[in-house]
Design a protein around this ligand. Structure first.
Ligand code: 5GP
Length: 204
């Protein structure tokens, strides 16, 4: 039987650049993780493709997925549902591949409960003012949404305690390098490696 893959969860405040870091990671050839595409009821933004960026669902379809326990976690975020398909995650981990989730913090906390052995990475902004700057300059949201997102972000930063590592996003490339270094180190962790060696040597 194949050794199970590692579940890597990248989370952090809204606007910190989770999506940008994730896209950069997956554009790099030496990135070996499998990206779990989320489900959402949010409307596609320009250029977004169904089945690539998200699986876009109606509210009814999403609620059915919740009822049928098809989601590893889900959350309502700024008026829309977002969730992770559990079958894909389970199947990919059991094939021995690392699965990468990029999700907001309520969802990450749910995953922590279901998968305490996962690797939880908190992407942090260099500062809160920088965070507001980034949300405003993105220019796609109304002032009300920006203020709402800022409030949520402050609460989220307090939640840093629930994570294993904090990755500062001062520079996208550096953040990607840090994430890869952490994953490499995690694969060498004694608790993960020792059972395999003990099995080979048939010791307790
Ligand atoms: P956006 O609408 O900007 O694509 O995403 C909004 C937020 O939802 C981001 O913080 C993103 O990380 C988060 N998100 C994306 N997919 C999921 C998911 O499957 N579950 C949860 N809980 N959050 C998600």
């Amino acid at each position: 039987m194949k050794e199970r893959g590692l579940l890597i969860v990248l989370s952090g405040p809204s606007g910190v650049g989770k999506g940008t870091v994730r896209k950069e990671l997956f554009s790099q050839e030496d990135t070996k993780f499998e990206y779990s595409i989320s489900m959402t009821t949010r409307k596609p933004r320009e250029g977004e493709v169904d089945g690539v960026d998200y699986f876009f669902k109606s509210k009814e379809e999403f609620e059915k997925l919740i009822e049928e326990n098809k989601l590893l976690e889900w959350a309502e975020f700024v008026g829309n549902y977002y969730g992770t398909p559990v079958d894909y995650v389970e199947k990919t981990l059991s094939e021995g591949k690392d699965v990468f989730l990029e999700i907001e913090v309520q969802g990450a906390l749910q995953v922590r409960k279901a998968f305490p052995e996962g690797l939880f990475l908190f992407l942090s902004p260099p500062s809160l003012s920088e965070l507001k700057n980034r949300i405003v300059t993105r220019g796609t949201e109304s002032e009300e949404i920006i203020n709402n997102r800022m409030k949520v972000a402050k609460e989220e930063i307090i939640m840093m305690d629930a994570y294993d590592y904090v990755v500062e996003n001062d520079d996208v490339q550096l953040a990607c390098d840090r994430i890869k270094a952490i994953v490499t180190a995690e694969h060498c962790r004694r608790e993960r490696v020792a059972p395999r060696y003990k099995k080979i040597l048939e010791v307790e």
